[in-house]
Design a protein around this ligand. Structure first.
Ligand SMILES: *Cc1c(COP(=O)(O)O)cnc(C)c1O
Length: 454
């Protein structure tokens, strides 16, 4: 077993294909439905939003998709990303477990999101798109898309939830450095935004609302398309570069994971890390437990229902079969902004229903405590989102200590927290409290989920 701390791949060893897990599932996920007719959405229904190449990737059952050379060139700015063995955290926990984390904070935007932003922008540029619109929660996706747009000369307009627009000014500055135009959401730019502001001038916003605003702006102009940073099949597809690299890296030190944990907001870093391992599991080459970790304040998989629902608050998107808390659900402004989405990727939801992955939720204070342990031992200050996966990793490592089992644990450290220091400041000064999510608020927002005829 390797005593190496940092397991690297040569540039020449970087995978050149994305992996589509749909090809290997016992049954395909239920299709998205047209919001009006409730019939399966056709490629034409999505054409006002996405370029043809991405719609094809959204619908394909092809097992492998070649990564275009222009995309590989940009990936090489930070990929292959390192896989770390967490020797120092293991020592701190006094655990016989061997902990590995794949670090995606080395990208220019500091997270895994550029893995999909870069190909999305490239495919749009190939089809002559002038501008992309999008939403952003914590600002991670907006900054990743702005970075990618700068690489290929496309304009970028971003709606950022008002609460994080106010609390995360540096993300906004990053977006602006890369040429993005940023609005707080709800905004006065769209009718929907103006309506919400009239009801509540201090509206904190949500990802769902910001998506509605960005979608409206895109469908109204044929030279503009929309980009989504998580949830959709093609996004999870692009993220599989993470898991493909991690497989090669673990092979270099002769390890296979016994348990793989990832944080799930919309499901993209989780899918990206886990799907290549799920392929190996389905092929009988390994048998890791694969577990999603979500915030107790936004427990989509563990408390939501598996239903057709809208992806946005206004109800403009196709209906997707997913675990949802209801598209009107507005989560408490927890600091893991990237995990505040009412739904879960249809693909992750489907795989969860098939029993191929597990899910658990963790409280915010437990996440920050884990993050502090991680930072003091491993050195890296994690983004608030992956602290959920770190908390679950530490839990597992502690169980190994009790049982004496030498499990191999793999997780994704999907971003650094350098722009999330205000959240850490609050935690360190004791201001962060765990909020109990009232069952009634879920029951209430579930009423907004459409009831479909059988
Ligand atoms: C956006 C984001 C997430 C949540 O999105 P997923 O699609 O679930 O990965 C998690 N971590 C970081 C660092 C993010 O930027």
């Amino acid at each position: 077993m390797g005593q190496q701390t940092k397991i690297l791949l040569e540039e020449s060893e970087m995978p050149t294909k994305w992996y589509n897990v749909i090809a290997d599932l016992p049954e395909p996920p239920p299709p998205p439905l047209h919001p009006g007719t409730h019939q399966p959405a056709a490629a034409d229904d999505l054409a006002p939003l996405f370029p043809a190449a991405l719609i094809e990737q959204e619908m394909t059952a092809e097992r492998y998709i070649n990564i275009p050379e222009e995309v590989l060139e940009v990936y090489r700015l930070w990929r292959p990303s390192p896989l770390f063995r967490a020797h120092r955290l293991e020592k701190l926990l006094d655990t016989p477990a061997r902990i590995y984390y794949k670090y995606e904070g080395v990208s220019p935007a500091g997270s895994h999101k550029p893995n999909t932003a870069v190909p999305q922008v490239w495919y749009n540029s190939q089809e002559g798109v002038r501008k992309l619109t999008t939403e952003t929660g914590a600002g991670q996706w907006g900054s990743s898309l702005a970075f990618a747009c700068a690489q290929f000369g496309i304009e970028c307009e971003i709606w950022q939830g008002a609460a994080s627009y106010a609390s995360k000014p540096y993300r906004k500055t990053m977006m602006q450095i890369w040429g993005g135009e940023v609005h707080p959401s709800p905004s006065t730019r769209t009718e929907f935004g103006r309506k919400l502001l009239a009801e509540d001038p201090d509206h904190p916003g949500s990802l769902g609302i910001a998506i509605s605003e960005a979608v409206v702006e895109a469908v109204e102009d044929p030279s503009v398309r929309y980009a989504l940073g998580s949830v959709l099949n093609h996004v999870l597809l692009h993220q599989t570069i993470i898991g493909e690299e991690a497989l090669l890296q673990l092979a270099k030190v002769g390890e296979t994971p016994d348990i793989l944990v990832g944080c799930t907001g919309g499901g993209s870093n989780f899918g990206g890390l886990s799907f290549p391992f799920l392929r190996e599991k389905l092929a009988g080459n390994m048998s890791p437990i694969i577990r999603c970790v979500e915030p107790a304040a936004c427990p989509t998989l563990t408390k939501g229902e598996y239903r057709y629902d809208f992806g946005d608050t206004a109800g403009l998107t196709p209906l997707m079969k997913m675990h949802t808390l209801g598209h009107r659900f507005i989560p408490e402004p927890i600091h893991a902004g990237g995990l505040r989405y009412h739904g879960m990727a249809p693909l992750v939801s489907h795989i969860y229903e098939l029993g191929l992955v597990e899910a658990t939720s963790v409280l915010q204070t437990q996440c920050f405590e884990a993050a502090i342990q991680f930072a003091r031992s491993e050195g890296i200050v994690p983004a608030p989102e992956p602290t959920h996966a770190i908390a679950a990793t530490i839990d597992e490592a502690k169980k190994c200590k009790e049982s004496g089992e030498e499990k191999v644990i793999l997780t994704a450290l999907c971003g650094h927290g350098h722009l999330d220091l205000p959240a850490y400041e609050k935690f360190l000064s004791g201001e962060i409290k765990d909020l109990d999510l009232a069952e009634e608020s879920i029951t209430e927002s579930m009423k907004s989920v459409p009831v479909l005829a059988e």
